[in-house]
Design a binder for this molecule. Structure first.
Ligand code: SF4
Ligand code: SF4
Length: 366
């Protein structure tokens, strides 16, 4: 059974939010994961412009201060998105981050986009899974000596629940890797949008793309291995992201990524879940709907499966707030079931089966 350390948001003259986060860090024994001069990635989410539910930059600075206090080198990071919003390349992403307060001046550490300018700076590691034989990890996260995963708990339109596990799998992976997690389907070219620039043909690792008689790129579905590279490289968005998926394989693919990424740095992961501003949609949207439950607290663990399981239980036990999307009457609970529908807990089962952690937990109040 894994331990999950928890503190609520009550503060006063005896201590503030920084005191509480430091207490969680100490209780979880995370100092063991950081050595002097280690590069420590503080992996968080900068919030799409227009969204204000993400963990604020001054709170993220508390983690930076902890790392600096241990003589290590922290940096704040996230990877580029698959969809074309404000965070799909490092230039827009850094601008978005700085407009949301994630600057060196505010967080006290450099902000680095983990997979580079265009989302193609990643390392490939081999993996012996059902869905994957190799995984792509954003370079800065792969190359860091230790990682603090600081996640905002919220609903998610696809997963139902967004916490540490999703922050590892989708969050530490370049856009082409995200495409393969999202969908097992192979992309197709929208002929009318194709400008015949040839970039996808150059990039395809299995030569599945060629020009057709109209001088438009065409993907041979029999050769395509669904790696997602052409979707990311096309400058004209002529190869649309494939979102279509079914629940079970999505969770299975995600769990393989979680396991592979964790195994790349055993004993060097620290997970914090902030259960606050729990919006029904994820922070990738340029809005956030009213919180569906009251702010609950912060949970920490070295086991992301136990941490997400415990966080989801705390969310589901809380009363749904009046005026929020899922409120119909007082005394109602189980908000994730309303957001995610049936099957959202399957991710925890898959991750446990993959050996990424365990669902059984002991909640230790700090
Ligand atoms: S998804 Fe990958 S394999 Fe398939 S056509 Fe695009 S680049 Fe080639
Ligand atoms: S990268 Fe896009 S625009 Fe260029 S050839 Fe391929 S599909 Fe056409």
């Amino acid at each position: 059974m894994s331990r999950v350390y928890f503190t609520d948001f009550r503060t006063g003259s005896k201590g503030n939010i920084a005191t509480k986060i430091r207490a969680l860090f100490d209780k979880a024994g995370f100092a063991r994961a950081i050595e002097k001069n280690d590069f420590v990635a503080v992996k968080t989410h900068f919030g799409e412009l227009g969204n204000i539910a993400f963990i604020p930059a001054p709170v993220v600075r508390i983690f930076v201060d902890i790392v600096l206090g241990l003589g290590a080198k922290p940096f704040i990071t996230d990877s580029n998105t698959l969809y074309r919003g404000y965070r799909s390349n490092a230039v827009d992403h850094l601008k978005n981050a700085s407009l949301n307060g994630f600057t060196m001046e505010c967080v006290g550490a450099p902000v680095i986009i983990a997979d580079g300018l265009k989302g193609n700076d990643y390392r490939t590691i081999s993996f012996n899974g059902t869905h994957y034989k190799e995984l792509k990890i954003a370079s800065a996260i792969n190359d860091a000596n230790a990682v603090m995963v600081v996640s905002h708990v919220k609903g998610h339109e696809l997963y139902g629940f967004g916490g540490a596990l999703k922050n590892i799998a989708m969050g530490c992976v370049p856009p082409s890797g995200k495409q393969t997690i999202h969908s097992e389907f192979k992309p197709r070219v929208k002929e009318a949008e194709c400008k015949a620039c040839g970039k996808c043909i150059e990039k395809c690792p299995v030569n599945a793309i060629a020009y057709n008689a109209n001088k438009k790129a065409q993907i041979n579905q029999n050769i395509c291995i669904g790696c997602g590279e052409c979707v990311v490289v096309c400058p004209y968005a002529a190869i649309p992201v494939v979102w279509k998926t079914s629940h079970k394989p999505l969770h299975e693919r995600t769990s393989e990524y979680v396991k592979g990424i964790l195994d790349s740095k055993p004993g060097k992961w620290m997970f914090f879940n902030f259960i606050m501003n729990v919006s029904p949609d994820c922070d990738c949207f340029p809005w956030n709907d009213a919180p569906v439950i009251p702010n609950i607290g912060i949970a920490a663990s070295s086991d992301p499966v136990a941490l997400d399981r415990a966080s989801a239980d705390l969310v589901n036990k809380a009363e749904i707030l009046p005026g929020s999307r899922f409120f119909t009457c007082h005394g109602e609970h189980n908000v994730i079931n309303k957001i995610g529908g049936e099957g959202w807990e399957y991710l925890f089962e898959c991750c446990e089966r993959a050996g990424a952690g365990e669902r059984a937990y002991e909640l230790v109040e700090v």
